[in-house]
Design a binder for this molecule. Structure first.
Ligand code: GDP
Ligand code: MN
Length: 397
């Protein structure tokens, strides 16, 4: 589950990670009140107005702006709220901004220049260990740094039996070129950041930039936080941070009815039981010259109700030109599944506008084929994999 920057910062702060402080606002009036409250708290006169959407690169898209006084806080908030923010990480339509974070300006002048670093915490899947990835090149996209100057990206792997060790935090501060108070601050920052990652059951933290202020404080200016969905049952307070406006509506609906659905860009919808078969089916669609429109695993039950729910989800996508149902009937007998498909289509009537290729294999596959063939619907039946691929190709023509 992804959350907003202001929510990510709340979590970080609760574990003692220093953050750029801010208050969320839903309109210009709230923004001005927030700015006044922050000034009282921090003494800052300037504020940063930051669009809260689930996408990075907001600065580049005009979603992060400096306000030098309350009038500018009001005007800029008015401009940003309600806009469709387009960034390198959104679609061309952008993302509607419903709220902004009014944050203290932390790039104030002082003894030193402020410096920006990059830091993320994530799982290294090849070693099965968490790692901290960091770089002196903060503030820009890390993909560009990785491509142009990979030697400026460092990693520190964490042994799960002992956790992050203080010497590792010191190595990070050293590699970032820090000394004196900034060095101490960075080691504290890194230790707290890792504790927050671990205790919050997050699967990704990306802090870009981590800032060294002109008076040598280290703080998180941005926070991209992804929490492991499977751990939300033990973090009720985080679960409430879900903002479904930011999520794909079809995926939200799928979750509600308990289907495993991921939206993709292609033209062939698929309905499959079992994740492995789903992946093989997506390969099959590609081989037939199509592109999968989704990943959908209906799981162990494929009765009429479930088939109907799945078909309705798939048909919400207008790009879908054909649907491939590929079900292995082991415990669920194929004839039952076939009857389920026919009943679902009867219930849906005109809603089914595209050809459906049905491949049922396993117990009673022959009876199932008869049911499909005699249904009177726009079905193509297949029993073999290749046959199904050919029929998809035909249907797309
Ligand atoms: P992103 O563009 O979505 O990654 O949003 P960030 O939160 O990283 O903000 C974008 C950029 O805004 C940062 O890289 C900073 O350069 C700038 N920025 C953020 N906070 C401040 C601030 O307090 N003062 C100034 N002058 N710039 C800031
Ligand atoms: Mn950022």
């Amino acid at each position: 589950m992804n959350i907003h920057e202001y929510q990510g910062k709340e979590i970080l702060s609760s574990f003692g990670v220093r953050i750029q402080r801010g208050i969320v606002a839903h309109n210009a009036k709230e923004a001005v009140d927030a700015a006044k409250e922050l000034t009282a708290l921090t003494g800052t006169g300037w504020h940063v107005i930051k669009a809260q959407v689930h996408a990075g690169g907001r600065g580049k898209g005009g979603g992060v702006k400096i306000a030098k006084n309350l009038k500018e806080v009001e005007d800029i908030t008015g401009q940003i709220i309600g806009m469709d923010l387009v960034t390198p990480q959104t679609s061309a339509e952008g993302k509607r901004v419903h709220q902004v974070l009014i944050a203290e300006d932390v790039y104030y002048p002082g003894a030193n220049e402020p410096e920006e670093y990059y830091m993320s915490v994530l799982l290294n899947r090849s070693t099965g260990r968490n790692m901290i990835m960091y770089s002196t090149e903060g503030g820009m996209d890390i993909e560009t740094v990785a491509e142009e100057t990979p030697e400026l990206i460092f990693t520190e792997e964490i042994d799960p039996s002992v956790g992050l060790m203080p010497f590792q935090a010191r190595r990070i501060a050293f590699n970032l070129g820090l000394s004196g108070n900034a060095f101490k601050e960075m080691t504290k920052f890194v230790m707290a950041l890792y504790t927050a990652f671990d205790k919050s059951d997050s699967s990704l933290f990306e802090i870009n930039p981590v800032l060294k202020t002109s008076d040598d404080k280290i703080m998180a200016v941005d926070a991209k936080v992804t929490i492991d969905d499977n751990a939300l049952f033990r973090h009720k307070d985080y679960a409430e941070m879900r903002d479904i406006r930011e999520e794909n509506p079809v995926e939200v609906e799928a979750k509600r009815v308990g289907l495993n659905y991921v939206d993709l860009d292609g033209n062939v919808g698929c309905m499959v039981n079992g994740a492995g078969l789903a992946m093989a089916t997506m390969d099959l669609i590609k081989q037939a010259g199509g592109e999968p429109a989704n990943f959908l695993d209906v799981g162990g039950t494929a009765d009429a109700k479930r088939v109907e729910e799945a078909l309705r989800l798939i048909l919400k996508d207008d790009k879908v030109k054909a649907i491939l149902i590929n079900i292995f009937g082991g415990i669920v007998r194929c004839d039952r599944v076939a009857q389920g498909i026919v009943d679902a289509c009867k219930n849906m009537g005109d809603a089914v506008k595209v050809p459906i290729i049905v491949r049922l294999q396993g117990t009673n596959a022959d009876i199932a084929k008869e049911i499909i063939d005699n249904s009177g619907f726009n079905f193509f039946s297949a029993t073999e994999f290749q046959e199904a691929a050919d029929k998809v190709q035909e249907a797309l023509k």
